[in-house]
Design a protein around this ligand. Structure first.
Ligand code: GTP
Ligand code: MG
Length: 201
């Protein structure tokens, strides 16, 4: 699938204010600065659709994008953003978690993790939260361009091994780079396959 038309719709700080629609919705979540907004731009072939920054904490709302006039992609704030007050962080945490738990239109959550790092406790905790609550998710490794092929493969394998300690079955896994476009086709085809199976129901 190609995204031929990408439209920024609106930003909200509360899931209850998010647009009402009956189309499939996918969302990107992960630690602040992991590359959520950059990957959305890469998928949409659009440099500035979602706002990005080299500093963490750029995305602070729930942002809806309407793709190909048939499905929605949502850019969420990052979790674990250190440079704000505890109150601010708690508010963001609540915004993210209530969206994830309550938003009925959400069909799949993409959890982004930095391919350069060892499994981070904050990500493992978030995955556990999804598991406990039965939220369907996939795992997306970002910034693959920043590693050699060998190191990348080692890190992904280490991540899988860590997950296998906790999970009986691994989620779908994508390896991506917003810099080179790696993984873009696989990710879009996966979204397309979910959309098609929903349309057949
Ligand atoms: P918040 O909105 O703050 O939660 O961050 P985010 O997850 O949306 O990250 P964002 O897309 O703003 O990217 C953070 C930084 O990482 C920016 O400087 C991007 O240019 C850089 N970046 C994102 N993806 C990639 C990638 O695949 N490769 C490289 N080399 N840099 C990337
Ligand atoms: Mg962002």
């Amino acid at each position: 699938m190609e995204i031929k038309k990408a439209i920024y719709l609106e930003s909200n700080s509360d899931w209850r204010k998010c647009p009402k629609h009956n189309k499939p919705e996918f969302a990107f979540i992960g630690r602040s600065n992991v590359g959520k907004s950059s990957l959305i731009n890469r998928l949409a072939n659009h440099k500035d659709l979602a706002k990005t920054s080299s500093k963490p904490g750029k995305t602070l709302c729930i942002n809806h994008f309407f793709m190909n006039e048939s499905w929605y992609l949502v850019d969420l704030p990052g979790y674990g953003f250190a440079k704000i007050s505890k109150d601010g962080r708690d508010k963001l945490d609540k915004m993210i978690k209530s969206y994830v738990l309550q938003r009925e239109e959400l069909v799949n959550l993409f959890v982004l993790v930095d391919s350069r790092l060892d499994p981070q406790q904050i990500d493992l905790d978030f995955l556990e939260f999804l598991g406990v609550n039965g939220v369907p998710f996939s795992l997306v490794f970002t910034k693959a361009d920043k590693l050699s092929k060998g190191k990348l493969a080692d890190n992904i394998q280490a991540y899988k091994t860590k997950l296998e300690e906790q999970w009986e079955e691994l989620p779908p896994i994508f390896i991506t780079s917003s810099e080179t476009g790696q993984g873009k086709e696989e990710l879009l085809d996966y979204i397309d396959s979910i959309n098609q199976s929903l349309a057949e129901q």
